[in-house]
Design a protein around this ligand. Structure first.
Ligand code: ATP
Length: 137
């Protein structure tokens, strides 16, 4: 089975760098499956799981937005933050989810920017919770 180099990087670190058979991401317009030899393109990503395929294994990552760049020689996912399933602190994500929900439910006039920020925090937390319970490789 042919492969390509996949890198998942954040401003802090290289989260992942391996030869893979495929990767599935959620772009702004929906799910995208990238296989070897895909034409080059760049597109923004949603806050959503990324699934890496190697043989019969499917390894999940929590990727918090950013973008995917498909080049001839490799595929790069560049995100503000990204974690492997076993790197996720579930309690921290549950606490972040609670905090975000409390903010979103707060009565009274809400600052629009704070509201948006809480929505994004909630999406990040839910993405992490989903991946953390999905450690099957
Ligand atoms: P929190 O409110 O818990 O900090 P957050 O969504 O605001 O969550 P980010 O700004 O997305 O956090 O990430 C900051 C750093 O902390 C990144 O390096 C990210 O990988 C890490 N991180 C955030 N939440 C978790 C988690 N639940 N488990 C492991 N690492 C996390």
């Amino acid at each position: 089975m042919s492969t390509f180099l996949l890198e998942i990087v954040t401003p802090d670190r290289v989260v992942y760098s391996e030869q893979v058979n495929g990767v599935t991401v959620r772009g702004v317009e929906g799910e995208l499956g990238i296989l070897p030899g895909h034409i080059p393109f760049v597109t923004p990503l949603q806050i959503a799981p990324v699934y890496v395929k190697i043989g019969n294994n499917r390894q999940p990552f929590a990727v918090q937005g950013g973008f995917i760049e498909v080049r001839k020689e490799k595929v790069v996912i560049l995100a503000e933050s990204a974690e492997k399933a076993d790197e996720i602190d579930l309690e921290r994500a549950e606490a972040a989810k609670e905090r975000a929900q409390t903010r979103l439910n707060a009565k009274g006039r809400q600052d629009e920017i704070d509201h948006r920020r809480a929505e994004l925090a909630l999406q990040r937390a839910m993405n992490r919770i989903k991946i953390s319970g999905n450690t099957k490789h």
